[in-house]
Design a protein around this ligand. Structure first.
Ligand code: SAH
Ligand code: SF4
Ligand code: F3S
Length: 463
Protein backbone atom coordinates (compact mmCIF):
# COMPACT_ATOMS: atom_id res chain seq x y z
CA UNK A 1 0.00 0.00 0.00
CA UNK A 2 1.17 3.53 -0.60
CA UNK A 3 -0.31 6.81 0.50
CA UNK A 4 -1.07 9.70 -1.82
CA UNK A 5 -0.06 12.93 -0.14
CA UNK A 6 1.79 16.15 -0.83
CA UNK A 7 2.14 15.39 -4.50
CA UNK A 8 4.73 17.83 -5.91
CA UNK A 9 3.00 17.85 -9.31
CA UNK A 10 -0.12 19.41 -7.79
CA UNK A 11 1.82 22.57 -6.95
CA UNK A 12 3.52 22.61 -10.38
CA UNK A 13 0.24 22.20 -12.28
CA UNK A 14 -1.47 24.83 -10.15
CA UNK A 15 1.22 27.37 -11.01
CA UNK A 16 0.84 26.73 -14.74
CA UNK A 17 -2.97 26.87 -14.57
CA UNK A 18 -2.96 30.08 -12.50
CA UNK A 19 -0.94 31.71 -15.27
CA UNK A 20 -3.05 30.37 -18.10
CA UNK A 21 -6.40 31.00 -16.43
CA UNK A 22 -5.95 34.21 -14.43
CA UNK A 23 -9.66 35.13 -14.26
CA UNK A 24 -11.69 31.95 -13.86
CA UNK A 25 -10.87 28.33 -13.11
CA UNK A 26 -10.20 25.88 -15.96
CA UNK A 27 -13.03 23.44 -16.59
CA UNK A 28 -12.94 19.66 -16.74
CA UNK A 29 -15.50 17.32 -18.29
CA UNK A 30 -15.37 13.76 -16.91
CA UNK A 31 -17.37 10.90 -18.36
CA UNK A 32 -17.41 7.38 -16.93
CA UNK A 33 -18.29 4.21 -18.84
CA UNK A 34 -18.80 0.80 -17.23
CA UNK A 35 -19.32 -0.38 -13.69
CA UNK A 36 -19.57 1.22 -10.26
CA UNK A 37 -15.90 0.38 -9.69
CA UNK A 38 -15.11 2.76 -12.54
CA UNK A 39 -17.42 5.40 -11.04
CA UNK A 40 -15.51 5.10 -7.76
CA UNK A 41 -12.21 5.54 -9.64
CA UNK A 42 -13.60 8.59 -11.42
CA UNK A 43 -14.57 10.15 -8.09
CA UNK A 44 -10.92 9.86 -7.07
CA UNK A 45 -9.65 11.25 -10.37
CA UNK A 46 -12.10 14.14 -10.00
CA UNK A 47 -10.74 14.62 -6.49
CA UNK A 48 -7.23 15.00 -7.93
CA UNK A 49 -8.43 17.31 -10.73
CA UNK A 50 -10.20 19.50 -8.16
CA UNK A 51 -6.92 19.77 -6.21
CA UNK A 52 -5.16 20.82 -9.42
CA UNK A 53 -7.64 23.69 -9.65
CA UNK A 54 -10.21 22.37 -12.13
CA UNK A 55 -13.94 22.98 -11.82
CA UNK A 56 -16.36 20.51 -13.41
CA UNK A 57 -18.75 21.13 -16.28
CA UNK A 58 -21.44 19.09 -18.05
CA UNK A 59 -20.84 21.03 -21.26
CA UNK A 60 -18.02 19.34 -23.14
CA UNK A 61 -17.70 22.33 -25.49
CA UNK A 62 -16.61 24.68 -22.73
CA UNK A 63 -14.11 22.26 -21.19
CA UNK A 64 -10.33 22.71 -21.06
CA UNK A 65 -9.74 19.09 -20.08
CA UNK A 66 -11.75 16.02 -21.08
CA UNK A 67 -11.37 12.69 -19.29
CA UNK A 68 -13.07 9.49 -20.44
CA UNK A 69 -12.78 6.61 -17.96
CA UNK A 70 -13.44 3.64 -20.22
CA UNK A 71 -14.87 0.10 -20.00
CA UNK A 72 -13.96 -2.91 -22.10
CA UNK A 73 -16.45 -5.46 -20.85
CA UNK A 74 -18.39 -5.62 -24.13
CA UNK A 75 -17.71 -4.49 -27.68
CA UNK A 76 -20.61 -2.07 -27.54
CA UNK A 77 -18.99 -0.19 -24.63
CA UNK A 78 -15.76 0.12 -26.62
CA UNK A 79 -17.55 1.28 -29.78
CA UNK A 80 -19.19 4.08 -27.86
CA UNK A 81 -15.83 5.29 -26.58
CA UNK A 82 -14.29 5.25 -30.06
CA UNK A 83 -17.32 7.13 -31.44
CA UNK A 84 -17.14 9.77 -28.72
CA UNK A 85 -13.37 10.20 -29.04
CA UNK A 86 -13.75 10.56 -32.81
CA UNK A 87 -16.15 13.43 -32.19
CA UNK A 88 -13.52 15.32 -30.20
CA UNK A 89 -11.31 15.92 -33.23
CA UNK A 90 -13.21 19.06 -34.18
CA UNK A 91 -13.14 20.46 -30.66
CA UNK A 92 -9.39 19.91 -30.38
CA UNK A 93 -8.79 21.70 -33.69
CA UNK A 94 -10.76 24.69 -32.37
CA UNK A 95 -9.00 24.57 -28.98
CA UNK A 96 -5.39 23.40 -29.45
CA UNK A 97 -4.72 23.61 -25.69
CA UNK A 98 -7.50 21.17 -24.85
CA UNK A 99 -6.21 18.16 -22.90
CA UNK A 100 -7.90 14.89 -23.82
CA UNK A 101 -7.38 11.97 -21.43
CA UNK A 102 -8.39 8.34 -21.97
CA UNK A 103 -7.96 5.94 -19.09
CA UNK A 104 -9.41 2.84 -17.47
CA UNK A 105 -10.01 -0.72 -18.60
CA UNK A 106 -9.97 -0.26 -22.38
CA UNK A 107 -6.59 1.44 -22.22
CA UNK A 108 -5.13 -1.47 -20.28
CA UNK A 109 -5.37 -3.52 -23.50
CA UNK A 110 -2.31 -2.99 -25.62
CA UNK A 111 -4.05 -3.25 -28.99
CA UNK A 112 -6.46 -0.46 -28.01
CA UNK A 113 -3.80 1.84 -26.57
CA UNK A 114 -1.75 1.36 -29.78
CA UNK A 115 -4.77 2.17 -31.93
CA UNK A 116 -5.30 5.39 -29.98
CA UNK A 117 -1.62 6.27 -30.29
CA UNK A 118 -1.67 5.80 -34.05
CA UNK A 119 -5.09 6.89 -35.17
CA UNK A 120 -6.11 9.54 -32.62
CA UNK A 121 -3.13 11.92 -32.44
CA UNK A 122 -5.15 14.57 -30.65
CA UNK A 123 -5.51 12.40 -27.52
CA UNK A 124 -3.02 13.84 -25.02
CA UNK A 125 -2.86 11.30 -22.19
CA UNK A 126 -3.53 7.55 -22.12
CA UNK A 127 -3.16 5.44 -19.00
CA UNK A 128 -4.42 2.08 -17.82
CA UNK A 129 -5.91 0.88 -14.56
CA UNK A 130 -2.69 0.81 -12.53
CA UNK A 131 -1.65 4.45 -12.78
CA UNK A 132 -4.64 6.53 -11.75
CA UNK A 133 -2.74 8.06 -8.81
CA UNK A 134 -0.23 9.56 -11.27
CA UNK A 135 -2.83 11.79 -12.91
CA UNK A 136 -1.26 15.05 -11.56
CA UNK A 137 2.13 14.05 -13.07
CA UNK A 138 0.53 13.19 -16.43
CA UNK A 139 -1.35 16.50 -16.57
CA UNK A 140 1.89 18.31 -15.70
CA UNK A 141 3.76 16.60 -18.55
CA UNK A 142 1.01 17.40 -21.04
CA UNK A 143 0.70 21.02 -19.90
CA UNK A 144 4.35 21.93 -19.46
CA UNK A 145 6.04 19.98 -22.21
CA UNK A 146 3.06 19.44 -24.50
CA UNK A 147 4.17 15.81 -24.64
CA UNK A 148 1.80 12.92 -25.31
CA UNK A 149 1.74 10.57 -22.33
CA UNK A 150 1.24 6.79 -22.60
CA UNK A 151 1.41 4.73 -19.44
CA UNK A 152 -0.25 1.36 -19.75
CA UNK A 153 2.30 -0.94 -18.14
CA UNK A 154 0.94 -3.72 -16.02
CA UNK A 155 2.80 -3.33 -12.75
CA UNK A 156 1.96 -6.91 -11.69
CA UNK A 157 2.40 -6.05 -8.05
CA UNK A 158 -0.45 -3.61 -8.34
CA UNK A 159 -0.67 -1.69 -5.14
CA UNK A 160 -3.58 -0.04 -3.44
CA UNK A 161 -3.13 3.68 -3.06
CA UNK A 162 -4.90 5.18 -0.06
CA UNK A 163 -5.49 8.82 0.75
CA UNK A 164 -6.56 9.95 -2.73
CA UNK A 165 -8.90 12.94 -2.55
CA UNK A 166 -12.50 12.09 -3.53
CA UNK A 167 -14.96 14.36 -5.33
CA UNK A 168 -18.53 13.01 -5.15
CA UNK A 169 -21.38 14.18 -7.36
CA UNK A 170 -24.02 13.32 -4.78
CA UNK A 171 -23.56 13.46 -1.06
CA UNK A 172 -26.32 10.97 -0.19
CA UNK A 173 -24.90 8.09 -2.22
CA UNK A 174 -21.47 6.60 -1.68
CA UNK A 175 -19.42 4.08 -3.63
CA UNK A 176 -17.00 2.32 -1.32
CA UNK A 177 -14.44 0.00 -2.96
CA UNK A 178 -13.39 -2.82 -0.65
CA UNK A 179 -11.28 -4.71 -3.16
CA UNK A 180 -9.86 -4.42 -6.65
CA UNK A 181 -9.17 -6.93 -9.41
CA UNK A 182 -10.53 -10.42 -10.01
CA UNK A 183 -9.10 -13.94 -9.84
CA UNK A 184 -12.00 -15.82 -11.34
CA UNK A 185 -11.28 -15.87 -15.05
CA UNK A 186 -14.81 -16.55 -16.21
CA UNK A 187 -14.06 -17.62 -19.76
CA UNK A 188 -15.95 -14.76 -21.46
CA UNK A 189 -14.66 -11.95 -19.25
CA UNK A 190 -11.92 -9.41 -19.84
CA UNK A 191 -11.98 -7.93 -16.33
CA UNK A 192 -9.20 -10.13 -14.85
CA UNK A 193 -7.03 -9.19 -17.83
CA UNK A 194 -7.44 -5.45 -17.41
CA UNK A 195 -7.84 -5.16 -13.64
CA UNK A 196 -5.27 -7.66 -12.42
CA UNK A 197 -5.38 -9.94 -9.41
CA UNK A 198 -7.59 -9.53 -6.38
CA UNK A 199 -6.36 -7.22 -3.65
CA UNK A 200 -8.31 -6.19 -0.59
CA UNK A 201 -8.21 -2.84 1.12
CA UNK A 202 -7.21 -2.71 4.76
CA UNK A 203 -10.46 -3.01 6.78
CA UNK A 204 -9.42 0.04 8.78
CA UNK A 205 -9.25 2.13 5.60
CA UNK A 206 -12.65 0.83 4.49
CA UNK A 207 -14.25 1.57 7.84
CA UNK A 208 -12.69 5.03 8.04
CA UNK A 209 -14.00 5.83 4.58
CA UNK A 210 -17.45 4.54 5.59
CA UNK A 211 -17.36 6.84 8.65
CA UNK A 212 -16.35 9.77 6.48
CA UNK A 213 -19.16 9.05 4.02
CA UNK A 214 -21.71 8.86 6.81
CA UNK A 215 -20.52 12.11 8.35
CA UNK A 216 -20.78 13.77 4.92
CA UNK A 217 -24.42 12.71 4.63
CA UNK A 218 -24.29 9.40 2.74
CA UNK A 219 -27.52 7.44 3.18
CA UNK A 220 -26.86 4.67 0.70
CA UNK A 221 -23.41 3.08 0.77
CA UNK A 222 -22.46 0.39 -1.74
CA UNK A 223 -19.46 -1.81 -0.96
CA UNK A 224 -17.74 -2.61 -4.25
CA UNK A 225 -15.65 -5.43 -5.63
CA UNK A 226 -15.87 -7.82 -8.60
CA UNK A 227 -16.40 -10.62 -6.12
CA UNK A 228 -16.88 -9.13 -2.67
CA UNK A 229 -17.12 -12.61 -1.14
CA UNK A 230 -13.40 -13.11 -1.57
CA UNK A 231 -12.66 -9.96 0.44
CA UNK A 232 -9.73 -10.65 2.78
CA UNK A 233 -8.50 -13.75 0.91
CA UNK A 234 -4.74 -13.81 0.37
CA UNK A 235 -4.36 -10.66 2.43
CA UNK A 236 -2.59 -9.78 5.63
CA UNK A 237 -5.94 -9.16 7.32
CA UNK A 238 -7.82 -11.83 9.17
CA UNK A 239 -11.27 -10.76 8.11
CA UNK A 240 -14.06 -12.04 5.84
CA UNK A 241 -16.67 -10.10 3.92
CA UNK A 242 -19.49 -11.04 6.33
CA UNK A 243 -17.27 -9.72 9.19
CA UNK A 244 -16.76 -6.46 7.33
CA UNK A 245 -20.49 -6.14 6.67
CA UNK A 246 -21.23 -6.55 10.37
CA UNK A 247 -18.60 -3.96 11.30
CA UNK A 248 -20.05 -1.37 8.94
CA UNK A 249 -23.55 -2.21 10.12
CA UNK A 250 -22.42 -1.39 13.66
CA UNK A 251 -21.40 2.18 12.74
CA UNK A 252 -23.67 4.95 14.04
CA UNK A 253 -25.95 6.74 11.62
CA UNK A 254 -29.07 6.41 9.51
CA UNK A 255 -27.91 4.73 6.31
CA UNK A 256 -28.31 1.55 4.28
CA UNK A 257 -25.57 -0.75 3.06
CA UNK A 258 -25.54 -2.47 -0.30
CA UNK A 259 -22.81 -4.55 -1.87
CA UNK A 260 -21.90 -5.81 -5.30
CA UNK A 261 -21.00 -8.14 -6.78
CA UNK A 262 -21.45 -11.46 -5.10
CA UNK A 263 -20.29 -14.53 -7.01
CA UNK A 264 -22.58 -17.55 -6.46
CA UNK A 265 -19.61 -19.88 -6.03
CA UNK A 266 -18.52 -17.94 -2.91
CA UNK A 267 -21.86 -16.67 -1.66
CA UNK A 268 -22.11 -18.55 1.63
CA UNK A 269 -24.98 -19.06 4.06
CA UNK A 270 -22.76 -17.09 6.47
CA UNK A 271 -22.96 -14.05 4.18
CA UNK A 272 -26.74 -14.42 3.85
CA UNK A 273 -27.01 -14.69 7.64
CA UNK A 274 -24.89 -11.57 8.12
CA UNK A 275 -27.17 -9.77 5.66
CA UNK A 276 -30.31 -10.93 7.43
CA UNK A 277 -28.97 -9.96 10.86
CA UNK A 278 -27.63 -6.55 9.83
CA UNK A 279 -30.54 -4.16 10.10
CA UNK A 280 -28.82 -1.54 7.94
CA UNK A 281 -28.12 -3.98 5.13
CA UNK A 282 -30.59 -3.53 2.25
CA UNK A 283 -32.60 -6.66 1.65
CA UNK A 284 -31.40 -6.73 -1.92
CA UNK A 285 -29.01 -9.27 -3.37
CA UNK A 286 -27.37 -8.88 -6.75
CA UNK A 287 -26.31 -12.42 -7.62
CA UNK A 288 -25.38 -12.87 -11.29
CA UNK A 289 -26.22 -16.36 -12.59
CA UNK A 290 -25.06 -15.83 -16.23
CA UNK A 291 -26.72 -19.02 -17.54
CA UNK A 292 -29.29 -21.55 -16.39
CA UNK A 293 -27.56 -24.43 -18.18
CA UNK A 294 -24.98 -26.49 -16.31
CA UNK A 295 -23.19 -27.26 -19.56
CA UNK A 296 -22.78 -23.56 -20.33
CA UNK A 297 -21.91 -22.66 -16.73
CA UNK A 298 -19.07 -25.15 -16.99
CA UNK A 299 -17.87 -23.69 -20.28
CA UNK A 300 -18.06 -20.24 -18.68
CA UNK A 301 -15.82 -21.49 -15.82
CA UNK A 302 -18.34 -20.24 -13.27
CA UNK A 303 -17.75 -23.15 -10.84
CA UNK A 304 -21.35 -23.65 -9.65
CA UNK A 305 -24.44 -25.38 -10.97
CA UNK A 306 -28.00 -24.19 -11.49
CA UNK A 307 -29.02 -26.42 -8.57
CA UNK A 308 -26.50 -24.66 -6.29
CA UNK A 309 -27.77 -21.29 -7.43
CA UNK A 310 -31.39 -22.21 -6.76
CA UNK A 311 -30.41 -23.57 -3.35
CA UNK A 312 -28.73 -20.26 -2.46
CA UNK A 313 -31.84 -18.38 -3.53
CA UNK A 314 -34.01 -20.56 -1.35
CA UNK A 315 -31.74 -20.16 1.71
CA UNK A 316 -31.66 -16.41 1.15
CA UNK A 317 -35.45 -16.16 0.87
CA UNK A 318 -35.96 -18.30 3.95
CA UNK A 319 -33.72 -15.95 5.94
CA UNK A 320 -35.14 -12.79 4.33
CA UNK A 321 -38.68 -13.32 3.02
CA UNK A 322 -38.85 -9.75 1.68
CA UNK A 323 -35.54 -10.08 -0.25
CA UNK A 324 -35.36 -8.65 -3.74
CA UNK A 325 -32.94 -10.46 -6.05
CA UNK A 326 -31.39 -9.08 -9.22
CA UNK A 327 -28.97 -10.74 -11.59
CA UNK A 328 -26.88 -10.64 -14.76
CA UNK A 329 -27.29 -13.09 -17.63
CA UNK A 330 -25.52 -13.67 -20.91
CA UNK A 331 -27.38 -14.94 -23.98
CA UNK A 332 -25.55 -16.68 -26.83
CA UNK A 333 -22.32 -17.84 -25.19
CA UNK A 334 -20.28 -19.79 -27.83
CA UNK A 335 -21.79 -23.21 -28.31
CA UNK A 336 -25.03 -22.39 -26.47
CA UNK A 337 -27.98 -24.25 -27.98
CA UNK A 338 -31.64 -23.39 -27.74
CA UNK A 339 -32.03 -26.20 -25.13
CA UNK A 340 -29.44 -24.45 -22.94
CA UNK A 341 -31.25 -21.18 -23.38
CA UNK A 342 -34.52 -22.84 -22.30
CA UNK A 343 -32.76 -23.70 -19.04
CA UNK A 344 -31.97 -20.01 -18.61
CA UNK A 345 -35.65 -19.13 -19.16
CA UNK A 346 -36.62 -21.83 -16.66
CA UNK A 347 -34.29 -20.43 -14.01
CA UNK A 348 -35.63 -16.91 -14.58
CA UNK A 349 -39.17 -18.24 -14.22
CA UNK A 350 -38.32 -19.99 -10.94
CA UNK A 351 -36.35 -17.25 -9.20
CA UNK A 352 -38.52 -14.26 -10.13
CA UNK A 353 -35.85 -11.58 -10.18
CA UNK A 354 -37.09 -8.08 -9.51
CA UNK A 355 -34.92 -6.98 -12.41
CA UNK A 356 -32.35 -8.51 -14.68
CA UNK A 357 -29.34 -7.10 -16.56
CA UNK A 358 -29.30 -8.95 -19.86
CA UNK A 359 -26.39 -9.11 -22.30
CA UNK A 360 -25.72 -10.77 -25.63
CA UNK A 361 -22.33 -12.49 -25.55
CA UNK A 362 -19.54 -10.27 -26.82
CA UNK A 363 -16.22 -11.78 -27.90
CA UNK A 364 -13.29 -10.30 -25.95
CA UNK A 365 -9.73 -10.61 -27.20
CA UNK A 366 -7.47 -12.59 -24.88
CA UNK A 367 -10.24 -14.51 -23.09
CA UNK A 368 -10.60 -18.30 -23.20
CA UNK A 369 -14.06 -18.12 -24.83
CA UNK A 370 -12.69 -16.09 -27.73
CA UNK A 371 -11.10 -19.31 -29.03
CA UNK A 372 -14.40 -21.26 -29.06
CA UNK A 373 -16.55 -21.95 -32.09
CA UNK A 374 -19.58 -19.68 -32.10
CA UNK A 375 -21.95 -21.10 -34.73
CA UNK A 376 -25.26 -19.50 -33.72
CA UNK A 377 -26.04 -16.38 -35.76
CA UNK A 378 -26.42 -12.93 -34.25
CA UNK A 379 -29.98 -12.88 -35.55
CA UNK A 380 -30.88 -16.12 -33.76
CA UNK A 381 -29.28 -14.86 -30.53
CA UNK A 382 -31.34 -11.69 -30.93
CA UNK A 383 -34.55 -13.76 -31.02
CA UNK A 384 -33.61 -15.61 -27.84
CA UNK A 385 -32.70 -12.34 -26.21
CA UNK A 386 -36.14 -10.91 -27.03
CA UNK A 387 -37.80 -13.98 -25.53
CA UNK A 388 -35.84 -13.49 -22.33
CA UNK A 389 -36.69 -9.77 -22.17
CA UNK A 390 -40.40 -10.50 -22.61
CA UNK A 391 -40.39 -13.11 -19.87
CA UNK A 392 -38.52 -10.87 -17.43
CA UNK A 393 -40.75 -7.92 -18.22
CA UNK A 394 -43.86 -9.89 -17.30
CA UNK A 395 -42.21 -10.97 -14.02
CA UNK A 396 -41.04 -7.43 -13.22
CA UNK A 397 -44.55 -6.10 -13.93
CA UNK A 398 -46.15 -8.72 -11.64
CA UNK A 399 -43.71 -7.86 -8.84
CA UNK A 400 -44.47 -4.16 -9.20
CA UNK A 401 -48.24 -4.77 -9.23
CA UNK A 402 -47.91 -6.74 -6.00
CA UNK A 403 -46.36 -3.65 -4.37
CA UNK A 404 -49.52 -1.51 -4.84
CA UNK A 405 -51.12 -0.61 -1.50
CA UNK A 406 -47.94 -1.27 0.48
CA UNK A 407 -45.72 1.33 2.11
CA UNK A 408 -41.94 1.38 1.60
CA UNK A 409 -39.08 3.36 3.05
CA UNK A 410 -37.35 4.95 0.08
CA UNK A 411 -34.37 7.21 -0.37
CA UNK A 412 -35.55 10.25 -2.35
CA UNK A 413 -32.99 10.63 -5.14
CA UNK A 414 -33.82 13.15 -7.86
CA UNK A 415 -36.46 15.01 -9.83
CA UNK A 416 -38.29 13.05 -12.54
CA UNK A 417 -37.18 14.53 -15.88
CA UNK A 418 -40.59 14.26 -17.55
CA UNK A 419 -42.58 15.72 -14.63
CA UNK A 420 -40.72 18.07 -12.34
CA UNK A 421 -43.41 17.93 -9.62
CA UNK A 422 -42.31 14.35 -8.98
CA UNK A 423 -39.32 12.97 -7.14
CA UNK A 424 -38.04 9.47 -7.77
CA UNK A 425 -36.91 7.35 -4.86
CA UNK A 426 -35.45 3.89 -4.50
CA UNK A 427 -36.65 1.16 -2.16
CA UNK A 428 -34.21 -1.04 -0.27
CA UNK A 429 -35.00 -3.68 -2.90
CA UNK A 430 -33.74 -1.28 -5.59
CA UNK A 431 -37.15 -0.51 -7.14
CA UNK A 432 -37.96 3.07 -8.15
CA UNK A 433 -41.14 4.83 -7.03
CA UNK A 434 -42.18 8.32 -8.21
CA UNK A 435 -44.09 10.57 -5.82
CA UNK A 436 -45.05 14.22 -5.36
CA UNK A 437 -42.65 16.01 -3.08
CA UNK A 438 -40.48 19.09 -2.96
CA UNK A 439 -36.75 19.34 -3.46
CA UNK A 440 -36.04 19.37 0.28
CA UNK A 441 -36.75 15.65 0.44
CA UNK A 442 -33.89 14.73 -1.92
CA UNK A 443 -31.22 12.76 -0.11
CA UNK A 444 -33.57 11.77 2.74
CA UNK A 445 -35.45 8.63 3.67
CA UNK A 446 -39.24 8.99 3.33
CA UNK A 447 -42.17 6.60 3.57
CA UNK A 448 -44.09 6.18 0.35
CA UNK A 449 -47.29 4.22 -0.23
CA UNK A 450 -47.54 2.74 -3.72
CA UNK A 451 -50.78 3.82 -5.38
CA UNK A 452 -50.36 2.78 -9.00
CA UNK A 453 -48.32 0.38 -11.13
CA UNK A 454 -48.12 1.24 -14.83
CA UNK A 455 -45.99 -1.43 -16.49
CA UNK A 456 -42.61 -0.95 -14.86
CA UNK A 457 -43.36 2.47 -13.38
CA UNK A 458 -44.61 2.85 -9.84
CA UNK A 459 -46.39 5.93 -8.52
CA UNK A 460 -46.91 6.58 -4.85
CA UNK A 461 -47.68 9.18 -2.22
CA UNK A 462 -45.74 10.43 0.77
CA UNK A 463 -47.20 9.32 4.07
N1 SAH B 1 -17.87 -9.49 -11.34
C1 SAH B 1 -19.22 -9.52 -11.73
C2 SAH B 1 -19.50 -9.05 -13.12
C3 SAH B 1 -18.79 -7.92 -13.73
S1 SAH B 1 -19.09 -7.64 -15.43
C4 SAH B 1 -19.70 -10.98 -11.62
O1 SAH B 1 -18.94 -11.90 -11.67
O2 SAH B 1 -20.89 -11.14 -11.55
C5 SAH B 1 -20.85 -7.35 -15.44
C6 SAH B 1 -21.61 -8.28 -16.30
O3 SAH B 1 -21.27 -8.12 -17.65
C7 SAH B 1 -21.36 -9.76 -16.03
O4 SAH B 1 -22.06 -10.23 -14.93
C8 SAH B 1 -21.81 -10.41 -17.32
O5 SAH B 1 -23.18 -10.71 -17.28
C9 SAH B 1 -21.56 -9.31 -18.35
N2 SAH B 1 -20.43 -9.65 -19.21
C10 SAH B 1 -19.14 -9.76 -18.87
N3 SAH B 1 -18.40 -10.11 -19.94
C11 SAH B 1 -19.25 -10.24 -20.98
C12 SAH B 1 -19.10 -10.59 -22.36
N4 SAH B 1 -17.92 -10.89 -22.87
N5 SAH B 1 -20.21 -10.58 -23.14
C13 SAH B 1 -21.41 -10.28 -22.64
N6 SAH B 1 -21.61 -9.94 -21.35
C14 SAH B 1 -20.55 -9.92 -20.52
FE1 SF4 C 1 -15.55 -11.25 -14.82
FE2 SF4 C 1 -16.10 -13.51 -13.62
FE3 SF4 C 1 -14.42 -11.79 -12.47
FE4 SF4 C 1 -17.01 -11.25 -12.62
S1 SF4 C 1 -16.09 -12.92 -11.48
S2 SF4 C 1 -15.34 -9.86 -13.10
S3 SF4 C 1 -17.60 -12.11 -14.57
S4 SF4 C 1 -14.09 -12.92 -14.37
FE1 F3S D 1 -15.95 -2.38 -17.47
FE2 F3S D 1 -13.65 -2.37 -16.25
FE3 F3S D 1 -15.88 -2.32 -14.85
S1 F3S D 1 -14.17 -3.58 -18.02
S2 F3S D 1 -17.31 -3.42 -16.12
S3 F3S D 1 -15.20 -0.74 -16.22
S4 F3S D 1 -13.97 -3.33 -14.30
Amino acid sequence: MSIFSDNEYIRLVKTILDNRFPVSSPKAYVHTYGCQGNLADSERMKGMLAELGYEFTDDINESDLILFNTCSVREHAEDRVFGNVGNLKRLKSEKPDLIIILCGCMMQQEHIALKIKKSYPYVSIVFGTYHMQRLPEFVYRALSKRERVFEITDTHEAEIVEGLPVFRDTSYKGWLPVMYGCNNFCSYCVVPLVRGRERSRDPEDVINEAKRLISEGAKDITLLGQNVNSYGNNSAFDITFPDLLRKINALDGDFIIRFMTSHPKDCTPELLKAMAESEKCAKHLHLPFQSGSNRILKAMNRKYTREHYLELVSIARELMPELSITSDVIVGFPGEQYEDFLQTLDLVERVKFSSLFTFIYSKREGTAAAKLQDPVSREEKGKWFKELLDLQESISVDIRRSMVGKTYRVLAESRVKEDSSLITGRTEGNVNIDFKADESKIGRFVNVKVTLAENLNLKGELI
